[in-house]
Design a binder for this molecule. Structure first.
Ligand SMILES: [Zn+2]
Length: 520
């Protein structure tokens, strides 16, 4: 497979999204299978070239997720991660084999530190393992990526030997990860130039960057690598990932789009989907984006200071280097009221990019009517929050039915709660130190979960005004496993209850986690 064939030209950058593998691996970002498939559809729709769907050997849940995604996705290549072990590579292939386009991504550490302490293997044995693993992977599929874990801290001579051997064994993509987020732009670029100058068969493979953001340099390092000849960027939506995260997809893509004079490259990404995909990921994981985050933060396109506003009114370009429309950010407009019918609601959902089954539409419509009764103006953002909330709950074993709360300064605060638990109705009344505490105690009374600890309770307003819907995030931890729950409702206390239930439902989905040191 030639370079031109895969990349579609020397200036075309392959976007390799690892939100579902490297991103999902970070604490608090775990997703269930349905959530992963939903994200994979969105990534495919936005034009991601390669979706790294998971690490199939890590757990049966990971395997199943990669398999489901391979069967669901139409356009993107699906990659499955594998260590340099026969069993890993077999599991990876087994999981991706139904995908129309599939890639085995295998890796091993090459830095002196990792080889000595993590692998406890001499360099010669590592080199043998590379040849063996790539050869085996290539016998299963003709699209094989090989990664040098901790590549940025690997000695030049040894890295050249490894890369040359991997390409000779059949690797079609060579990735040099900055696993620990240590490199700098000039240094990383020099490493790619060094490889291109010294490895004799280097033109037989596509070079790839994979950068972590420990020093805030993930995006800068990725772009430096591309300028030095890399043609694949590994990245995640919202920059999620272990520790400080990975290079953010929206940032590398918009940097190339906004500064073609410096980065004369193209991607296949439909940038107008960026905002929607970013929000979908936040809603699924409960990881909201900081307001000043580039491209997708709430303030990223808010030019609010007086001086800026004056300039903006005269000519938007005075302070705006990209338009909000280019990333799919639309002004939140008044869309519907309480007289809007089912048909208009259905059209609105379609326009916002949701495809729901009839039952889900009915449930969402009923909630929309209740919302429109309470709130004069219903905005796009309100509808998105409501529908996201509805989608989150599909398949839940514990469901919200009703809640009455006594709050105020004279106390005691109490909650009377009814839930549907696996088909039957259960109620409880509890007093607490404040209404939220009372609600959470009532949930515990109905569904005991003594091991779980509450790590985070956070409230956001979705739109402006005192009648805005509240979006609540709750993070629970049980035996080292962390889950996030989200809930939206015009009543903050109902939203709190829904968020807690969402997290509790996720906790009940048992999942094996992989060993934490196995990552790129
Ligand atoms: Zn990584």
């Amino acid at each position: 497979m030639s370079t031109e064939h895969v990349s579609g030209g020397k200036d075309r950058i392959i976007i390799f999204d690892t939100t579902l593998r490297d991103g999902e691996q970070s604490p608090g970002c775990s997703m269930n299978i349905e959530e992963k498939v939903r994200m994979a559809h969105l990534l495919d729709e936005m034009g991601v070239d390669v979706i790294e769907a998971g690490f199939p050997i890590a757990s049966p849940g990971d395997f199943e997720a990669v398999q489901e995604i391979s069967r669901a996705v139409k356009n993107a290549t699906i990659a499955g991660l594998a260590r340099a072990k026969k069993g890993d590579i077999e599991a990876s292939f087994e999981a991706i084999k139904d995908a129309p386009k599939r890639r085995i991504h295998t890796f091993i550490s090459t830095s002196p530190l990792h080889m000595k302490y993590k692998l406890q293997m001499p360099p010669e044995a590592v080199l043998d393992a590379i040849v063996e693993s790539v050869t085996f992977a290539r016998s299963l599929t003709d699209d094989v990526e090989w990664s040098a874990e901790d590549g940025s801290r690997t000695e030049d001579d040894f890295l050249c030997q490894c890369v040359e051997a991997a390409i000779r064994a059949g690797a079609t993509t060579i990735n040099i990860p900055d696993t620990v987020g240590y490199t700098t732009p000039a240094e990383y670029a020099a490493q790619f130039e060094m490889l291109r100058n010294r490895v004799p068969n280097i033109d037989k493979a596509i070079l790839s960057v994979h950068c972590h953001n420990d020093l805030g340099l993930g995006v800068a390092n990725s772009l430096a690598g591309v300028r030095a000849g890399a043609r694949q960027i590994e990245c995640t939506v919202n920059g999620i990932g272990e520790r400080a995260g990975n290079a953010a997809m929206e940032e590398v893509v918009m940097a190339m789009r906004t500064r073609p004079d410096v980065y004369p490259f193209e991607t296949g990404i439909e940038t107008t989907m960026i905002t929607r995909v970013s929000r979908a990921l936040s809603a699924i994981t409960g990881f909201s984006v900081q307001p000043n985050k580039a491209i997708v933060g709430a303030n990223a396109f808010a030019h609010e200071s007086g001086i800026h506003q004056d300039g903006m009114l005269k000519n938007a370009q005075t302070y705006e280097i990209m338009t909000p429309e280019s990333v799919g950010l639309k002004k939140s407009e008044l869309v519907m009221g309480k007289h809007s019918g089912r048909h208009a609601f259905r059209d609105k959902l379609k326009q916002l990019g949701y495809e729901l089954g009839d039952n889900a539409i009915e449930d969402a419509f009923a909630r929309f009517k209740r919302l429109a009764d309470k709130k004069k103006q219903v905005f796009d953002d309100d509808i998105m929050a409501l529908v996201d909330d509805e989608i989150l709950r599909i398949g839940d074993k514990i469901k919200f039915v009703s809640l009455q709360v006594v709050a105020g300064s004279t106390g005691p605060q109490s909650a009377e709660l009814t839930l549907e638990v696996e088909g039957g109705t259960k109620s409880a009344r509890a007093e607490g130190n404040g209404p939220v505490d009372a609600i959470f105690k009532a949930i515990r009374a109905i569904c005991p979960h003594e091991e779980a600890r509450l790590l985070l309770y956070q409230v956001h307003a979705i739109t402006g005004g005192t009648d805005a819907q509240a979006e609540v995030t709750v993070r629970l931890e049980e035996n080292g496993k962390t889950v996030n729950g989200q809930g939206a409702d015009p009543d903050t206390l109902v939203a709190s209850c829904r968020a807690y239930l969402h997290a509790l439902n996720k906790l009940m989905v048992k999942r094996e986690r992989r060993a934490p040191d196995e990552s790129l």
